[in-house]
Design a protein around this ligand. Structure first.
Ligand code: PBG
Length: 325
């Protein structure tokens, strides 16, 4: 049926009609808030390029986590900045490492909130790369053991889920095996399966103090032009035992989220990364766009592309907006 018999505008006339035929919904249930933990007490250090996001000491982290829970958000993902960095990332898997201390405190004081541990070595390495360096490049196989140790240290501290974000080949299998051998066969893995070497991580590297001191991450993270390769990467992680698969970043990769959604039946997560957040914040500060509407449009678009879960620095403002309608 064509115009003038068919008129799509008939169903856009008012909010109730629009509500009835809306195809995509965003719920607080879909949100995961990233939080940055640092050593010390009473630390609440703003991250310049991410207004509203802070580096938090464990006591402040507990306060924020209570707010996250009160907002109805089911989960947080933790990134740690250690006291000292070295060339073996010792802080990542030490039993007194920053994440392990944070997890113990969170599970003690905000026990119902799901705590996800980002498993990566870059924040703990003096050179800022995600693995052990051999002849100027990251040594894949030697790194696997340290990643497994890190996941295990987080498990022992009480983490609810681990999220490997390094893009080493074979790390999901290695982590799954280490967890299973130590009695953590029920601990899920959220795998950063298709993670691109993206310039959108810029502000995060200020937040996590994890910028590589030489070179870049292109020998391990994916090349942005590739989408078929994302399917291969996700297949590997599924075979190796991933429970949730992730695409990262989100906005410039909505097509990848969509393809992954069509090909796999596992829950799909997408990371609305630091640069995506910073762009909106910067433009809103200039008065160039309506922050709240843009935030909701972006998060809804990531859902429409096929993501079940969204990791986003907008989690609390979005939860507040969803509540007030
Ligand atoms: C660790 C890691 C990064 C992000 C999440 N985990 C940075 C990177 O790979 O360089 C980026 C998150 C963001 O930009 O919000 N490897």
């Amino acid at each position: 049926m064509l115009f003038p018999d068919y008129r799509p505008r008939r169903l856009r006339k008012n909010e109730n009609l629009r509500r009835m035929i809306r195809e995509t919904s965003l719920s607080v249930d879909n949100l995961i808030e990233p939080l940055f933990v640092v050593p010390g007490k009473g630390v609440r250090k703003p991250i310049t390029s991410m207004p509203g996001v802070f580096q938090l000491s464990v006591d402040e982290l507990i306060r924020e986590a209570r707010e996250v829970q009160a907002a109805g958000i089911p989960a947080v993902i933790l990134f740690g900045i250690p006291d000292k960095k070295d060339d073996r990332a010792s802080g990542a898997y030490a039993s007194e490492g920053i994440i392990q201390r944070a997890v113990r405190a969170l599970k003690d004081q905000v026990p119902d909130l799901i705590v996800i541990g980002d498993v990566c070595l870059c924040e703990y390495m003096s050179h800022g790369h995600c693995g052990l360096i051999q002849d100027g490049d990251v040594d894949n196989d030697a790194t696997l053991e340290l990643l497994a140790r890190t996941a295990l240290a987080q498990a022992k501290a009480g983490i609810d889920m681990v999220a490997p974000s390094d893009m080493m080949d074979g790390r999901v299998a290695e982590i799954r095996q280490a967890l299973d051998e130590n009695g953590y066969e029920n601990l899920p893995i959220l795998a950063y399966s298709a993670k691109y070497a993206s310039a959108f991580y810029g502000p995060f590297r200020e937040a996590a103090e994890s910028a590589p001191q030489f070179g870049d991450r292109r020998s391990y993270q994916m090349d942005p032009p590739n989408a078929r390769e994302a399917i291969r990467e996700v297949s590997l992680d599924v075979e190796e035992g991933a429970d949730i698969i992730m695409v990262k970043p989100a906005l410039a990769y909505l097509d990848v989220i969509c393809r992954v959604r069509e090909e796999f039946d596992l829950p799909v997560a997408a990371y609305n990364v630091s640069g995506e957040y910073a762009m909106v914040k910067a433009a809103a500060q200039q008065g160039w766009l309506d922050e709240e509407r843009v935030m909701m449009e972006i998060l809804t678009a990531i859902r429409r592309a096929g993501a079940d879960l969204i990791l986003t620095y907008f989690a609390r403002p979005a939860a507040a907006k969803l509540r007030k309608g």
